[in-house]
Ligand binder design. Structure first.
Ligand SMILES: C[S@@+](CC[C@H](N)C(=O)[O-])C[C@H]1O[C@@H](n2cnc3c(N)ncnc32)[C@H](O)[C@@H]1O
Length: 220
């Protein structure tokens, strides 16, 4: 996976690329390249935004600036699947993460201010993704959420690849949330571990876990 993250704040991503699953995926040949819109802006003084037509508060990221950045990275050739991050996009979920992880190359457009000129959504992007129905100051955290979710699916990212086989929303759990986990001590301040988990009966453990997942699914 080659992931290009377009942003005004590349320095914000230091933590992401240093933490284990992402670092391991990069060591195994994946890439995250941070692309600063300002490096390609055709406007003077590194400017990237302008006031909205029709008036109103805030500034809007310009379509010519975003297009120049995409051209700067991909030239006249084919562009990879391009995802614009926006609060009003399709809500990110596990099937979409798996779908994105199967792309050889992906561009994430991270916004700021009032967001992008609508022509970025209409003509430059293939998908609009939201990480939740709330508004953050910028697309850096959403881009990190998407990148982390994708990179941990790649071979070699997780210490134990089985961790990703049976986890919340996986096929192994029929798309349900994961069951609860417990570890030592078996009893703490009277809060004891469910008896079935220390029974050594694997069939009962499996049945209990699936039941717990079903209960959590029911509560969702
Ligand atoms: C302050 S927000 C713009 C909000 C926009 N004016 C609105 O009301 O929908 C600036 C940027 O942050 C990013 N962003 C904020 N919240 C997000 C979310 N929940 N999901 C994805 N991206 C988000 C987007 O890239 C957006 O362009």
């Amino acid at each position: 996976m080659n992931l290009d993250i377009f942003t005004l704040f590349p320095e914000a991503f230091g933590w992401l690329t240093g933490q284990r699953p992402v670092r391991k995926a990069i060591e195994r040949g994946s890439r995250i390249d941070l692309r600063d819109y300002r490096d390609w802006t055709p406007l003077k003084g590194g400017r990237v935004d302008d006031a909205p037509y029709g008036g109103g508060a805030g500034m809007v990221l310009r379509v010519d600036v975003v297009d120049a950045a995409l051209n700067g990275v991909y030239g006249d050739g084919d562009r990879p699947r391009t995802v614009v991050l926006t609060p009003s996009g399709r809500l990110l979920d596990e099937p979409m993460v798996s779908e994105l992880a199967s792309e050889p190359r992906l561009a994430l457009l991270s916004g700021r201010y009032e967001g992008f000129d609508q022509r970025v959504h209409d003509h430059l992007a293939d998908d609009e993704i939201s990480i939740g129905r709330y508004v953050l100051a910028g697309g850096e955290l959403p881009a990190m959420v998407v990148a982390d979710a994708i990179m941990r699916k790649l071979p070699g990212a997780l210490g134990d690849p089985d961790s990703a086989v049976e986890e919340s929303y996986s096929e192994a759990l029929e798309g349900m949330p994961e069951y609860p986990h417990y570890t030592r001590p078996p009893d703490y301040r009277g809060w004891s571990v469910p008896e079935v988990l220390v029974s050594g009966d694997h069939a009962r453990v499996r049945e209990w876990r699936m039941e717990q997942s079903r209960r959590r699914e029911g509560r969702r």
